[in-house]
Write a protein that binds this ligand. Structure first.
Ligand code: PMP
Length: 405
């Protein structure tokens, strides 16, 4: 019998391991700032009111069945999703040169996009992609899985706890022409550091000059600013400028549909003919990977995107989540700077965007927070702002103050 002796034991996923340690901890004031999922002010998962409404509509629809969806997904969902990210009046959509495929949430969109590029992108040399340093750890694995080697581009500057803009531009300039760059559309994970609109313009210019390809990952539309259109601005301006690109889209966070796995991959092609060819190959790949995407979550999001009343409700729910997070940033900043007079500058807490914040603390200080204060966070000093609330904020601020003194 096969002994599998050659199979090395892999370490557990660090984020899920952190959650398990948090759950096992019996300390009453424990705080979980590890996982990237929204929590309400009572630290509870939040089912969006609009999702409850949409679920009710679905359950009462007598025409629904459990047949397979088309290979590329629910057409009303993918069409609505494309408009959401590219803009309802997007010329690329009107010209019929966009391809939209329903995927297994954002992870599946990244995978399908990576697989498609590994098969069909005209690489200039070895198959490789440039990822921001740092990035969502899964990006590395997703590209390696399809034979594309990840390289880093400069992104985060620990000395300013902000963007290493000149380094970023140099990376773009120095990469071989026609390189692929993965860009976080908004609310960069893990740093919370995004380029400004002016910086995006400069990035787009160099990408065009060098003939690079933009692989956008958009997992937090609406979460960054509370405004869906504002958070899509970088993607839309790149499309307008004619940067060749694709976008991976997730509804996990902005619709609170984490486990339903609702997402899409959008490829913006130069012509309708090119789009038709791309669509045909994406269908072939999708068929062998998952045959057809799951229907429930896509039906919910389709109702929300295509029903004007539900769409307004959703925007309100998104504002609720985004503004609670922004409020936590302000309150954390105020306690640290005005009450505790914690050493160092904490302006980055206010400047950073989205669910995550890079605190700038070192791995020893992160470890001390976990071990001494029962505050769970990743070793890189990243905290999920959604894990903070009016009940644990002061305890967290005081614990942070202690480890940096
Ligand atoms: N990209 C980034 C940058 C993310 O942070 C996430 C979620 N952690 C994803 C993609 C994909 O998440 P999901 O598959 O749950 O949509």
């Amino acid at each position: 019998a096969e002994s599998w002796n050659e199979v090395p034991l892999a370490p557990p996923d660090s984020i899920f391991k952190l959650t398990a340690s948090y759950k096992a901890d019996t300390f009453p004031q424990k705080v979980n700032l590890g996982v990237g999922a929204y929590r309400d002010d009572d630290n509870k998962p939040w089912v969006l009111p609009v999702v409850k409404k949409a679920t009710h509509l679905l359950l009462n629809d007598p025409t629904l069945d459990h047949e397979y969806l088309p290979i590329t997904g629910l057409p009303e969902f993918t069409a609505g999703a494309a408009k959401l990210i590219l803009g309802s009046d997007s010329p690329a959509i009107k010209e019929g040169r966009t391809v939209s495929v329903q995927t297994i949430s954002g992870t599946g969109a990244n995978h399908l996009g990576a697989l498609f590029l590994s098969r069909f992108y005209h690489f200039n040399g070895p198959k490789q992609i440039y990822l921001s340093d740092p990035t969502w750890a899964n990006h590395h694995a997703i590209f390696r899985n399809v034979g594309i080697e990840p390289h880093n581009y400069a992104y985060y500057d620990p000395s300013t706890i902000g963007l290493h803009f000149s380094g970023f531009l140099s990376s773009l300039r120095n990469a071989p022409s026609r390189s692929i760059f993965l860009l976080h559309a908004c609310a960069h994970n893990p740093t919370g550091v995004d380029p400004t609109p002016e910086q995006w313009d400069a990035i787009a210019s160099v990408i065009l000059e060098r003939g690079h390809y933009a692989f956008f990952d958009c997992a937090y539309q609406g979460f960054a600013s509370g405004d869906l259109d504002r958070d899509a601005a970088a993607v839309r301006s790149f499309v307008e400028k004619g940067v060749p690109l694709l976008v991976c889209q997730s509804f996990a966070k902005n619709a609170g549909l984490y486990g339903e796995r609702v997402g899409a991959l959008h490829v913006v092609a130069p012509t309708k003919e090119a789009a038709d060819r791309v669509r045909s190959q994406l269908s072939v790949l999708q068929r062998s990977e998952i045959s057809n995407p799951p229907s429930h979550g896509a039906r919910l999001v389709s109702l929300i995107l295509n029903n004007p009343e539900l769409f307004e409700d959703w925007k309100q729910d998104i504002r609720t989540m985004a503004h609670r997070i922004i409020d936590m940033r302000q309150k954390l900043y105020d306690i640290l700077t005005k009450e505790l007079h914690t050493p160092g500058s904490w302006d980055h807490i206010l400047k950073q965007i989205g669910m995550f914040s890079f605190t700038g603390i070192n791995p020893d200080q992160s470890k001390a927070l976990v071990e001494k204060a029962h505050v769970y966070l990743t070793a890189n000093g990243r905290i999920s702002m959604a894990g903070l609330n009016s009940h644990n904020l002061r305890y967290f601020a005081e614990s942070l103050d202690k480890v940096v003194r």
